[in-house]
Write a protein of this length. Structure first.
Length: 277
């Protein structure tokens, strides 16, 4: 009923899971990940206890293969389970129980495990593997995972149809304002085209919940400051921080007023222009 990819980034700093299914709120069941430890997808007749158990085994130093072996040894329902695991070093393991509904199977490669059940065919997993392996290794892991998931969806995905999708990526200090390790945690719980909707939300996630890179930062010199102040006055704000906080752009402006994100600058200009109409 589900297809997923579990992976570690090439630089060894991020771990994540992308998953889609004809199942309500698949993100609440399948994925789990901890920065510096690894990631897991548990599906088919999902044993949600696998998530905590697997991450505990990995945290204690087990490889993905060893962690998977321990899960299966302790579970009498192993024949109905499907699991993908990636460890801290990028080692990967996948399992498809012989009682999982066709088509069901999985593959592993360096840094990833891909698996699915009740799929249109084995070509779904193959399409995901091709796209992930051919993607730019320097691209953010979330983008690579989503591209692979979309490839599987385009290839036929879950043969029963579409309903939900989720994307989870962890990286040390990557959370909101650096307060935790959750770089991306997006869920489409019930939608006619969940993978496409997930892509839309990832764009918004990057805008609102990630900090500007140096390449995106525009220095606010005297000339630009005068322009920004004029726009803020037109919109009824005293400071750039007041406006940015209201619009949830606080991670894309400098608190001291030294710079503003290029995209946010354009949004400020557009907002001021619209207010004058």
């Amino acid at each position: 009923m589900t297809f997923s990819i579990v992976a570690r980034s090439t630089d060894g700093e991020s771990w994540g899971v992308a998953v889609a299914s004809k199942f309500l709120a698949v993100g609440a069941v399948v994925p789990a990940a901890v920065a510096g430890v690894g990631a897991i997808a548990t599906q088919a007749d999902a044993n949600v206890a696998y998530k905590g158990l697997a991450l505990s085994h990995l945290d204690e130093g087990a490889t993905a293969s060893v962690a998977l072996q321990r899960l299966l040894e302790e579970d009498g329902g192993r024949d109905e389970r499907q699991v993908g695991i990636v460890d801290v070093d990028g080692g990967a393991a996948t399992h498809t129980g012989h009682a999982c509904l066709d088509w069901a199977g999985g593959v592993t490669g360096v840094g990833y495990a891909i698996q699915g059940n009740i799929l249109a065919g084995d070509f779904v997993v193959a399409a995901m593997q091709d796209v992930f392996e051919s993607s730019d290794p320097d691209e953010p892991l979330a983008r690579r995972l989503l591209a692979a998931l979309a490839a599987g969806d385009d290839a036929g995905g879950d043969r029963r149809g579409r309903q939900s999708a989720a994307l989870l990526v962890v990286k040390e200090g990557a959370g909101y304002s650096g307060g935790d390790d959750i770089a991306v945690d997006l869920r489409i719980d019930d939608h006619a085209d969940p993978v496409t909707e997930l892509s839309r939300l990832l764009d918004l996630n990057d805008l609102y919940l990630t900090a500007s890179t140096p390449a995106e930062q525009v220095t606010i010199n005297d000339e630009l400051r005068a322009e920004v102040d004029e726009h803020l006055h037109r919109l009824g704000f005293d400071t750039l921080n007041d406006w940015a906080g209201t619009e949830n752009y606080e991670m894309r402006v400098d608190a001291g007023g030294a710079w503003i994100d290029q995209q946010i600058l354009e949004r400020l200009r557009d907002a001021a222009r619209e207010s004058g109409r």
